[in-house]
Design a binder for this molecule. Sequence first.
Ligand code: ATP
Ligand code: SF4
Ligand code: MG
Length: 425
Amino acid sequence: MSIPAQADGAEPGTTTDATAGETAGATLTKDAAPGEILLKVTGLQKHFPIRKGLLQRQTGAVRAVDGIDFEVRSGETLGVVGESGCGKSTMGRLITRLLEPTAGTVEFEGKDITHLGVGGMRPLRRDVQMIFQDPYSSLNPRHTIGTIVGAPFRLQKVTPEGGIKKEVQRLLSVVGLNPEHYNRYPHEFSGGQRQRIGIARALALNPKLVVADEPVSALDVSIQAQVVNLLDDLQQELGLTYVIIAHDLSVVRHVSDRIAVMYLGKIVELADRDALYKAPMHPYTKALMSAVPIPDPKRRSAKSERILLRGDVPSPISPPSGCRFHTRCWKATEICKTTEPPLLELKPGQRVACHHPENFEDQAPQDTVLLSAAKDAGELVPDAVLAESAETSEALAAEVAEAAEATGEAEVAEEGAEKSNSDDK
Ligand SMILES: Nc1ncnc2c1ncn2[C@@H]1O[C@H](COP(=O)(O)OP(=O)(O)OP(=O)(O)O)[C@@H](O)[C@H]1O
Ligand code: SF4
Ligand SMILES: [Mg+2]
């Protein structure tokens, strides 16, 4: 599941011989059996109040996360994607309990941690760690690397075997940095190296769950690959469980076992990675995917379906009625405007919130009147693109059929072919 590092050793000072596998101590290996539910989120909400006037009366709320359900199994990587402002970081901060939820529950290892206070959370702070988006602002410029990576031990009043310095140096080599650089300051390191320092700090207390909020989006593409591969290697070696947040599918595609697609505070599709890439079912997922270049030359010859999303994401202060995506969806009908589609498991391992999903039978077939907003969205897509879209549906159906044949799942093949036929009519 790793992507090739394009410029291995390109970062000065990065040790190439000290790989995670060679240096990770046995003490870091987790004992949880793979596949157990580690984190479970139910109906999770975070509404930020908007206050106005002298009396600071609440006049509304930003519905940043507006009722999401998912679980993360031990040892897996859940990728979370969505456009800017859809609530990804808020979700990450809620599950690491850096924010207090407005409603819903967060369970960790079967224990309800939704409203634990500072004292109750202290032991959990070791098990759940966060890697932040910006390696430039998330490291204190006045502290040495040794102080930064050693801080979790001091905060938790934990003394590792052999002392903090020795353990910090070991962690630095685990993430591919030179342990001799213990006394250097953050400004002496490149962006990729700083992100490695952030990873070392997150690993210090031997966590079970690591939530990485856009861990590579501030880095150059060649360095992105190295950091993503490092996370992947560490997962294999240390049995970590990840929630990796990204704003597009290209980063999470390579490392995720499952992917959750968020739109305006909701999860609209949650599926196994392969199922999501082979046959996305939510129109928004399909639109996000059309923005990702197709690396496989075989697939490139089958014309790619380009779906152009019109306009900005609506405001999370007053999200659209019914399906929140209806103001931008080219398939929207009247029911989409009035009735919110629930997140349903339409195929094994693939949950979708849509009345008219792709690659599947319509959930609301009686309703065929296109909304005018949806017509506008359709008009924005040039005719040539729509024609290409129809062709690609056919190519996609053929691909699904091929995949199903290979795995002996004939039913999936029939669905794909039927869908393609009906698309063409
Ligand atoms: N502390 C806060 N107070 C008020 N509104 C907030 C707060 N934090 C986030 N928001 C709002 O909540 C919504 C979701 O924000 P969030 O940062 O979770 O989105 P995101 O998906 O991580 O976006 P990005 O990709 O830009 O990082 C946004 O509209 C944001 O303005
Ligand atoms: S429910 Fe309707 S508007 Fe929403 S994604 Fe599905 S087709 Fe589009
Ligand atoms: Mg964010």
